[in-house]
Design a binder for this molecule. Sequence first.
Ligand SMILES: C[S@@+](CC[C@H](N)C(=O)[O-])C[C@H]1O[C@@H](n2cnc3c(N)ncnc32)[C@H](O)[C@@H]1O
Length: 391
Amino acid sequence: MATRLNDYGLNLGMPKPNSQTNLYDHSEAKVTLYSNYLSIYLNVLHRANMKRIYLYDLFCGEGVYDDGGKGSPIIALECIKNHFYANGQSCPNVCVTFNDAEKSQIEPEKWKAERVKELAQNIFVPDTVQVGNTKIEYQTLIKKVIERSNQMGEKERALVFIDPWGYKEIDPEDIKHLLSNSKTEVILFLPIYFMSRFVNKSKKDLDYKGGEALRRFLGKLYGGLDRVPHVESQKKFIYQTQEQFKNYLGVRYVDSFKIERDNDNNWFAIYFFTNSERGFEKMLEAKWRVDKKRGSEFKAGDSVALPIFEEREVAAYDQKVLKLIQENAGVTNRDLKRFGLENNFLPKHTKAVLDDLRKYHSIEITALDGKPATSYYLGDDERLVNIKCKS
Ligand SMILES: C[S@@+](CC[C@H](N)C(=O)[O-])C[C@H]1O[C@@H](n2cnc3c(N)ncnc32)[C@H](O)[C@@H]1O
């Protein structure tokens, strides 16, 4: 079998036998995305002169897998090291916590947390970075993390990475509490395939034991099981879950990235929650840079593209933009830029939507400084223009 390289230049190799002792392709994509997010996060917060950053990896795993694949804790430490060297050997104060409550399956005499601690000793860590290793049950630890996060000072921030095997431990309310201080950001990995295939059955058959965790999770997220929509497709479910997270959490920005396992239509999703516009825009830019064609989707070993048009369609983004500028006379370029980001689209995507809308509608741009307006100025922080649809 020929060597397979994914879009990030990672070697996908042969199909692998055990996801607990080897790093599956979709897990490799997941940690690569995590690493991208983390390096942008460090850059943005370093430039903003943050005093301290807390990084929590609450399900940190083995560290390094049998096949040499690097898990999230190793990826995070390498990210911090790279940040240090790329920034004139400087790095903000970072308190890292790697947690895993189980014994290693690769070295059964050790806890995973101990294994990660040993492996981490081979990686350079700047003096400003402290690393702690714990083996606490998630549901106990998350309460402590929420408490600690709510005590953060003005110049402190936290990033919490939640990467469980399933979702039975995850309570949406905990994520809500984590985000309530507006200084914490959360990355959550969810096995959409396992969830979406049981939604309809779990809703119909309340005696179905296998659906208990799902009923709990979605019932809480939607404020009642009867409000959970019928699942038409996994991609739609990823999008609906993203939008419902936004409603439920009261958080301004929620992004999702889809990852397909082994080309078998089994989808996973990484959700990223934040209130920071600047951080979020950088994340979106990086996401579309990583994969210009797909932007929000990773298919292991496959080159089929999900064009921006499909993203626009799934999100019904064109109709949303049209409604906004038809129903509100005073929409400015800044409003539209923010509206785009809130819907996970960059200014250039919103520009493309406006260009398409112009083919069928009369869109008027009026500059508020009285000078001529020749474009939408979506990326321009200096000029203010009014954009409205007259038909
Ligand atoms: C998907 S794996 C994490 C993979 C890891 N992030 C990586 O990149 O290698 C989930 C981990 O959660 C741990 N785990 C399972 N239940 C847990 C619990 N209740 N509390 C804490 N850790 C748990 C397992 O030992 C397992 O290593």
